[in-house]
Design a protein around this ligand. Sequence first.
Ligand code: DQA
Length: 145
Amino acid sequence: ASILVIQGPNLNLLGTREPDVYGKTTLEDIHQKLGELAKAQSVDLNTFQSNHEGELIDRIQKAKQDGVDFIIINPGAFTHTSVALRDVLAGVAIPFTEVHLSNIHQREEFRKHSYLSDIATGVICGLGAIGYELALQAAITRLKK
Ligand code: DQA
């Protein structure tokens, strides 16, 4: 099985970016941990971060060609703005889980709406970096069914 983790804008700054909101764990730490968990369960895991909407879309289109089975995505601020990201996820029809480090429902009004949530298999938010690990475990369980 093959799982792709997609990280949207500004997530490359994790660790130093508003640590009270997003925690002190870096993106590299998160990806390393996910890689270990996937390896232990014989799952192929790739990660990708971009600050650019079009690059995220291109990567998701490529995932279809590559035969990726599942996507875990933190779309960052594009969660609240991007019809194009919704369209590509719907278009490739690869099941995906949406992850947010922070509790987007506890913050500004504009963060409460997601263009992706209603077409996601599930949404995890507010649990910090461990949210990705939970999403990965759920994805692996689903793929092994
Ligand atoms: C985020 C929440 C978004 O509202 C914000 O724009 C981010 C990160 C999170 O992980 O909590 O960049 O997706």
